[in-house]
Design a protein around this ligand. Structure first.
Ligand SMILES: Nc1ncnc2c1ncn2[C@@H]1O[C@H](COP(=O)(O)OP(=O)(O)OP(=O)(O)O)[C@@H](O)[C@H]1O
Ligand SMILES: Cc1ncc(COP(=O)(O)O)c(N)n1
Length: 265
């Protein structure tokens, strides 16, 4: 069985973070492992509290996994602060991780900072260059590049600038743009566009986490990046189309293995 590791924050209501990632791995037939960077007290209405795990403990969790089990792909989500970013970057290097999907989580949909403001430079210098794929949403791409993004052309320009920071590939997600849900993938030479109709639902908690972990799962299964992104785009679209009306706020994506009849175990 293929094995994937998520390094991310815990979301108590189960819609985003570690919980979304593990559900996605399971739905896609991949064995899931987790390293927790922070615990959030969170529900569909907002984030009530964040407690960061010590960098030493984050490092120990990573060591515990890599020293025992072969890891086929890694997904990285909420990393919270500079020291946690640094230890993750060092461990990716030490364990020579080739397939790392870095989702540059900064602010939750409900507006809570999940990355400290002063950690942006460390993210750019220590983590983004080690990524096989970076998956910023529009807001994150604007913060990383310092440029406003309003069109597909702006997304292409942002992908170029982020690619120059050192990752092998960049996927700028257009979930927050008007019109179709179009994402722009860039490998340093060519742009590929993933487009789906926009689904009109209030329930989009955890879309970014689900998409990035689906890509990591497909990479673990051996698909090349373009196939992994296309298949994950189908998965996230289905997960949003069947999103659950749970709680009083923004409900979570739905993970359901029947979406994915080809899954291999
Ligand atoms: N309403 C929607 N209908 C269809 N696809 C969507 C919708 N919203 C987002 N997507 C798609 O979901 C994926 C995740 O994109 P999104 O921009 O929501 O990520 P994100 O903002 O990082 O998510 P999160 O806020 O959960 O971290 C992308 O493929 C995007 O195009
Ligand atoms: C632990 C954790 N990680 C990531 C997100 C982003 O997800 P969203 O933007 O849908 O709130 C979150 N809310 N919580």
């Amino acid at each position: 069985m293929k094995k994937a590791l998520t390094i991310a924050g815990s979301d108590s209501c189960g819609g985003a973070g570690i919980q979304a990632d593990l559900k996605t791995f399971s739905a896609l037939g991949v064995y899931g492992m987790s390293v927790i960077t922070a615990i959030t007290a969170q529900n569909t209405q907002g984030v009530m509290g964040v407690e960061e795990i010590s960098p030493q403990m984050v490092g120990m969790q990573i060591d515990a996994v890599f020293q025992d089990i072969e890891v086929d792909a890694v997904k990285i989500g909420m990393v919270s602060n500079r020291e946690i970013i640094k230890i993750i970057g060092d461990k990716l290097k030490a364990y020579n991780v080739q397939k790392a999907v870095v989702d540059t989580v900064m602010v939750s949909k409900s507006g809570c900072h999940l990355l400290r403001l002063e950690a942006k430079e460390t993210l750019i210098k220590q983590l983004i260059p080690r990524a096989f794929l970076v998956t910023p949403n529009l807001y994150e791409a604007e913060v990383l590049t310092g440029k406003k993004i309003k069109t597909i052309g702006d997304m292409e320009e942002a992908a170029r600038i982020i690619h120059a920071m050192g990752p092998l590939h960049v996927l700028v997600k257009g979930g927050h743009l008007e019109g179709k849900a179009t994402d722009v993938l860039y490998d340093g030479k060519t742009f590929t566009y993933c487009e789906e109709e926009r689904i009109h639902t209030p329930n989009t908690h955890g879309t970014g986490c689900t998409f990035a972990s689906a890509i990591a799962a497909h990479l673990a299964l051996g698909y090349d990046l373009r196939e992994a992104v296309q298949k994950s785009k189908t998965y996230i679209t289905m997960a949003i189309a069947h999103a659950l009306n749970i709680g009083k706020g923004v409900g979570p994506t739905h993970h359901f293995y029947q979406f994915y009849p080809e899954r291999s175990i």
